[in-house]
Structure formats: structure tokens, C-alpha cells
Design a protein around this ligand. Structure first.
Ligand code: FAD
Length: 427
């Protein structure tokens, strides 16, 4: 998201991301894959379980933040939910994002009301699920800062700039307060929510790849997984993130493409020196090129940096997504020009990674029932704000599926019906 126009945390299609966007150890609350019930072999199928006549059977496909939030709210409202994930829960952008949340940065656009509702829902969820302990939820102050690479290493002396930002930094501006900006650890948030959904509301998790949604007389009947397993369902939610474009039924109707973005996670030797300030940088390389990386200290003591985007083909397997070495190197260079605490030798590199933003052609998420396919819903295209907008998206879809309309937010602006006539739906 741009410092000047803070409308999205990762709005830039430039070399770097634009700014649009601890240590208590959380290791004792990390949720492991083993604690989530996964059914990967046909012999372990739960399909035969008889549900009461009135209980709606819903299959949610995609174990990113959007699918997990949707499964959580559906199950909480009483649906019998099966979540299907082809690789691992939160293995893609939902596990590797910054986790930055903003109340009002999307105001004025289509996403504004969704973002406001979701920011508030994050706060409520944090109270319900002990967010500060479970997944590093905390309000924080957010600054935009200009950094120009130079030989001089003296700090700016400006008292608005946190003391750990001890390289030359200029023009600090407070662009978010503890009332309007916050953060979560995205992977812990997603897994905490799913674990609660499994343990408290009976969600079943199936590791398997969705291959087909079976439609009979214009209505969803079942989904078919790779290998032939069939799961009967009354409704299906497709939350496939940037893989939406690889699922023919949806790709024939609208385009969702992936924008690859890089990130690193550093563990400074002195985590106590890093204060809770998110930084949206206007970063000027020697030679004049400007970039917009983002820096998010976490209550885990880690410091997360992201930037360096490129439109690239999304590989089938999320595990095959790796960062380009030059982009990772550039992020390390940025880190050392922000703070001596983040320079080589002063911080351990915990992760070097990349993942894909799910982007639509009109920049607006696609949320709603597919025209002509009763019971089949889509929730995707959240671009750089999926962690923020996951909860309200999930709650709204749950209402749409079970009550026929969403009250938490008006979903009409997000309807896939807006693409009708542009591409033909294949069922
Ligand atoms: C570097 C970076 C930083 C970001 N920072 C922020 C931030 O600070 N704040 C914010 O709000 N947002 C941020 N975002 C955006 C956010 O991460 C995404 O919008 C969000 O994670 C998208 O969630 P998703 O569930 O739609 O997709 P994903 O997380 O990509 O999940 C999709 C899932 O579907 C599964 N899947 C795909 N196809 C199939 C199939 N056929 N069968 C079964 N499963 C399938 C995949 O394996 C995957 O697990 C950031 C993104 C990036 C890349």
C-alpha cells in the first residue's frame, strides 16, 4: 500500500510492494498439523456419517484463511462442515503473509465496509480465542518512513522514529494508531481458528485435491477428489486462492491470477529492542530506484519484511513455491538499512519465502453464489487484504449459505454475477 494512498497493503505492481501495510515465545501454543484431524485415505472416509435431516452438509475447499474462516463460521452456525485442502492448512499466502490489519485503509472503495466489519470481527475473535497468546494479535502504531541508501549510518534523531530504526530515515508520518491498526501471526491465526472449529464445532479436515464439483439439475450434489473419493454435499464453497484460475469451472467465468511476493522472517538477537511499530517504507536505492517494502515486528520477537513482487505462473503444488534469490537478497539489504538490529550477524534468518496474492481483474474479491449453480459459492480474490478480510468474508458466506442472505456486510458488490456475459460458466 502506498504511503501517499494507503489503500492496500501490497498494492504495488512495482519492484517492491507499496506500503499499503516479541518476546513472549508462542511456541507453546503453536498448533501442529498432527492436532488437526486429516483423512487422506478412502478407508477413513466420514462420508457415511448420518447427519440429522435438518443439518446442512457443506464442503469448503481450500485451507487458506478464507476457507478456514468460512468453515469456522459455518460450523459455529450448525452446519456439518468438511474442509478439503490439497496440501497443508495455511501452507500458502495465509501462512506467509504479514498479518497486518487496518480499520479504514480500504474506505472509499468496494472493500471498505468488508474491511471495517472484519477489523472489528478480528478484535472480537481475539477476545474469544485469546488472540494475544494464541496467535500474536495486538494493536500497533503504523508509520510511513522514507529511507535512502547512503554511506552515512547516523540515525535521523527524529523522536517519531522508533529507536531501533537507527539508520538514516526521514519524513516519518503516523498512518495508523492502536485504534486503527493491528496485527496477527497469519499462520497461527488460521490454524487456531481451524483447531477451534475442529474441536468445538466438529469440522472434519480432509487432505485431498478437489477435482470436480458435481452438479445435478443446476444444483450441487457432491465434490470429487483426486483418486475418485466422492463427498456428498448440499453446498460447496470454493476458496482456492490463486489456484482459482486452475479450476476450470471458475476459470471459465472470471480470471484470478497470482502475483508472487517475497518475504523474510528475521530473529534479532535483541528482540526486546524492537517496539510494536509497523513500517511502510518508501525505500530509495543508491542509483535512484524507489521501492515500497513493509516491516512488521511481531510479538513473537520476529521481524517480518516483505516486498519484491512479480506476475508469475502459480505452480500446482504450493510446496514448490520458492523465492527468487535476488529478491530475498534485496529484502536483507533493506533490513540492514532500516536497523542495525536486523543486519547480518545481528539477526538470524528464520525464513526466506514467497507466496501468491490472489488477484482479480477489477481488484475486487469474488464472493457469492455462482450464477446457474445452486449451492455452489466462491470466496476468493482478496489480493493483499485476505488476512484482514477473512473473518467478515467467512461470517458473511456462512450467513448466505445457511440463511439465504448476509447481514454482516452487503455482498452484492462482490457477486460473481458481475462477470456474466464476459465469460461462459462451465459446469
Ligand atoms: C507477501 C504477502 C504479504 C501479505 N500481507 C498481508 C497483510 O499484511 N494483511 C492482509 O490482510 N493480507 C496480506 N496478504 C494477503 C493474504 O495473505 C491473502 O489475501 C490471503 O492469504 C488469501 O487467502 P486464501 O485463503 O484466498 O488463499 P491461500 O492462502 O492461497 O489458500 C488457498 C488454499 O487452497 C488450496 N487449494 C488450491 N487448490 C485446491 C484444490 N483443487 N483442492 C483443495 N485445495 C486447494 C491451497 O493449497 C491453499 O492452501 C499478504 C500476501 C502476501 C503474498
Amino acid at each position: 500500500m502506498a504511503v501517499t494512498s494507503p489503500s492496500s497493503p501490497l498494492s504495488a505492481l512495482t519492484l517492491f510492494l507499496r506500503p499499503n501495510r516479541n518476546h513472549r515465545t508462542l511456541s507453546n501454543v503453536v498448533i501442529t498439523a498432527a492436532s488437526i484431524r486429516c483423512f487422506s485415505s478412502p478407508s477413513q472416509q466420514m462420508d457415511d456419517q448420518r447427519q440429522p435431516e435438518t443439518t446442512k452438509r457443506v464442503v469448503v475447499c481450500g485451507g487458506g484463511v478464507i476457507g478456514v474462516c468460512t468453515a469456522y463460521f459455518l460450523a459455529k452456525k450448525g452446519a456439518a462442515v468438511t474442509l478439503v485442502e490439497k496440501s497443508c492448512v495455511a501452507c500458502a499466502a495465509s501462512g506467509k503473509a504479514g498479518g497486518f490489519l487496518a480499520l479504514d485503509w480500504c474506505d472509499g472503495g468496494a472493500v471498505g465496509p468488508l474491511a471495517r466489519a472484519s477489523f472489528n470481527l478480528h478484535r472480537a475473535l481475539s477476545e474469544e480465542l485469546n488472540g494475544p497468546e494464541s496467535y500474536g494479535y495486538r494493536p500497533l502504531t503504523t508509520l510511513s518512513v522514507t529511507i535512502t541508501e547512503s554511506r552515512s549510518s547516523s540515525p535521523s534523531g527524529d523522536s517519531t522514529i522508533p529507536s531501533w530504526v537507527d539508520r538514516p530515515a526521514r519524513g516519518p508520518r503516523t498512518i495508523g494508531s492502536t485504534q486503527t491498526t493491528a496485527q496477527v501471526h497469519p499462520q497461527l491465526f488460521t490454524t487456531t481458528l481451524l483447531n477451534t472449529a475442529v474441536e468445538k464445532y466438529g469440522v472434519d479436515v480432509v487432505i485431498g485435491k478437489l477435482e470436480e464439483v458435481r452438479v445435478e439439475e443446476g444444483r450441487v450434489g457432491s465434490v470429487v477428489l483426486e483418486g475418485g473419493r466422492v463427498i456428498e454435499s448440499d453446498s460447496v464453497i470454493l476458496a482456492l486462492g490463486p489456484w482459482t484460475g486452475k479450476f476450470e469451472m471458475l476459470a471459465s467465468m472470471f480470471r484470478v491470477y497470482g502475483l508472487k511476493v517475497h518475504s523474510i522472517v528475521l530473529e534479532p538477537k535483541e528482540p526486546g529492542a524492537i517496539t510494536p511499530h509497523a513500517l511502510f517504507l518508501s525505500y530509495h536505492l543508491q542509483g535512484g530506484k524507489a521501492m515500497d517494502p513493509e516491516v512488521f515486528p511481531r510479538p513473537t520477537g520476529e521481524v517480518y519484511l516483505c516486498g519484491m513482487s512479480a506476475e508469475e505462473e502459480v505452480p500446482d503444488d504450493p510446496e514448490q513455491i520458492v523465492g527468487n534469490p535476488e529478491s530475498i537478497q534485496m529484502l536483507k539489504r533493506v533490513a540492514s538499512n532500516v536497523s542495525s538490529h536486523l543486519a547480518e550477524g545481528e539477526a538470524r534468518v528464520k525464513a526466506e519465502q514467497a507466496c501468491f496474492l490472489p488477484c482479480t481483474d477489477d481488484g475486487v474479491p469474488v464472493i457469492g453464489e455462482l450464477p446457474g449453480v445452486k449451492g455452489c459459492y466462491v470466496a476468493t480474490g482478496h489480493s493483499c487484504w485476505g488476512i484482514l478480510n477473512g473473518p467478515a468474508t467467512g461470517a458473511a458466506v456462512a450467513e448466505l449459505v445457511l440463511d439465504g442472505r448476509a447481514s454482516i456486510v452487503d455482498l452484492s458488490r462482490f457477486s460473481p454475477a458481475r462477470f456474466v456475459g464476459r465469460r461462459k460458466v462451465k459446469v
